[in-house]
Design a protein around this ligand. Structure first.
Ligand SMILES: [Zn+2]
Length: 187
């Protein structure tokens, strides 16, 4: 879709939001989200939509492809924990992930050609095995990303060790529209 049409669609959508939803007014002074969710960039897995959350309920530190933890995402989680008093963080994988499909293809000899995509997909490929199906890969990768978050942040791992923060993983199923139960991850 070209930008002129995008502008039209987004403006229409935004008008509907601003006229029908007044939550944003009460959230101007501060935010107190219940949970932080790190999800994939995939347009089908937006946690705020899939979990029918309201504005201000879910803090989204990042939506990197394949939930590949990077510095920006870690910084967002640290802000959520240290400055917003966050007590729960979830890495949400999903079935049918394109990034994990690319990682499986890489393991089977077909790497992506684009440079940045290659670097991230290479990292994801270390968390899975070539024979994994996409649901298994979603779980093992989400667990590995949660561990990576712990490894990269003393703020996060310290809070989990002290019992101030729960870190968990879940998998959203594209076909059923359902999330799994949350599995807790310990340092
Ligand atoms: Zn994905």
């Amino acid at each position: 879709m070209k930008m002129a049409e995008v502008q039209k669609r987004l403006s229409e959508g935004n008008s509907k939001f601003a006229e029908s939803n007044t939550d944003y007014k009460s959230l101007v002074p501060s935010q107190h989200p219940n949970v932080a969710v790190i999800a994939c960039s995939d347009s089908r897995v937006d946690p705020i939509i899939t979990m029918s959350a309201r504005l201000g309920e879910i803090f989204v530190p990042g939506r990197p492809i394949g939930e590949a933890i990077d510095d920006t995402t870690v910084a967002g989680v640290e802000y959520f924990v240290a400055h917003l008093g966050g007590e729960s963080v979830i890495v949400a994988g999903h079935t049918g992930c394109g990034a994990l499909t690319a990682a499986l293809n890489l393991l089977n000899g077909k790497p992506p050609e684009e440079a940045a995509l290659f670097r991230v997909v290479k990292g994801l490929s270390l968390n899975i095995s070539p024979k994994d199906d996409l649901e298994t890969a979603a779980w093992t990768n989400a667990r590995a990303q949660a561990k990576e978050l712990l490894r990269r942040s003393e703020c996060v791992s310290g809070a989990v060790r002290q019992g101030r923060l729960d870190l968990g993983v879940m998998v959203y199923n594209l076909s059923t529209g359902r999330i799994s139960d949350i599995e807790l991850i310990k340092p």
